[in-house]
Design a protein around this ligand. Structure first.
Ligand code: MG
Length: 277
């Protein structure tokens, strides 16, 4: 049995207008810091961050990221900060505008795919540019793999020394029009990553009610977990989660079923090869 401590990522806000589905989704910087702190106390050791304008629309403004990163560093000692360079909050290089703030990590999609209502557009030159900006600022990428080719692309970037290793990949399943939740494919993702990059770590992320499915599979196969309002606002099909912390506690409880326990911040940093806080 794999007993590696589990790094629990909490994706607190996202960029979709989920606020209307659940008023508990934190939007303002103050709400985000408070929600992150609660999730940290509950057992999350990595926070994935988007920022929004006061009206809830997505933003990529470094001036909004700066106080958020400061607040999290102050209130959640050792917690790993990860900014999103995903495509909703800007286009082209705008998406990396906050990397100069030197968070611990940045998300990096290494290819394009379809999303529910649009193309998630990650052309090769933008992927290379985001990777080089992260390397320049000492930021470790979390590769967002929405299909198999993105895992190969990530392994190649790592081999060429274009990203800070060891490689960390998140397998995302259940985004409409991208890769559905499929156990055999998931196992093949894990096997392929281990073959291409034996020192790599990985996380499983599922959307909606599949958040729990992916958490279970990841705990079983030795990976790490992601939860939070960005991907899901429900504890189950009927019940709105009251907070990001409640979603984190759900994963903490699942850990015991698989002989795992949540990583401490120091363990999470060591597992990802990040410097101590
Ligand atoms: Mg995101």
């Amino acid at each position: 049995m794999n007993t590696t401590p589990c790094i629990i990522t909490v994706a607190i806000t996202g960029s979709l207008p989920k606020k209307k589905d659940n008023p508990a989704v934190p939007i303002t910087v103050a709400e985000q810091i408070e929600s992150t702190h609660e999730a940290f106390e509950a057992g999350a050791t990595l926070v994935h961050l988007h920022v929004r304008n006061e009206d809830g629309s997505p933003s990529s403004d470094p001036a909004r990221f700066a106080p958020l990163l400061d607040g999290i560093r102050r209130h959640c000692p050792g917690m790993i900060t990860q900014v999103s360079t995903g495509g909703r909050s800007g286009s082209g290089r705008e998406r990396g505008a906050m990397l100069s703030l030197k968070p611990d990590m940045g998300s990096l999609a290494t290819g394009s795919c379809n999303f529910p209502t649009r193309v998630y557009d990650n052309p090769p030159d933008l992927v290379e540019w985001l990777a080089s900006e992260m390397l320049h600022h000492g930021i470790k990428p979390e590769v967002e793999a929405f299909d198999l080719s993105m895992i190969f692309q990530a392994a190649q970037l790592a081999r060429e020394g274009k990203i800070k290793g060891p490689l960390h990949v998140q397998f995302v399943m259940g985004v409409k029009n991208a890769m559905p939740v499929d156990r055999e494919v998931f196992e093949f993702y894990v096997k392929t990553l281990q073959r291409l990059a034996p020192d790599a770590t990985w996380t499983g992320a599922g959307i909606g009610r599949d958040q729990v499915t992916l958490a279970r599979w990841s705990l079983e196969l030795g990976g790490h977990c992601r939860t939070g309002f960005e991907d899901n606002v429900r504890l189950d099909r009927e019940t709105l989660a009251p907070s990001n912390a409640a979603l984190v506690r759900q994963v903490v409880d699942l850990c015991a079923d698989f002989g795992r326990r949540p990583a401490t911040p120091a363990e999470a940093r060591r597992l990802l090869g990040l410097p101590a806080a």
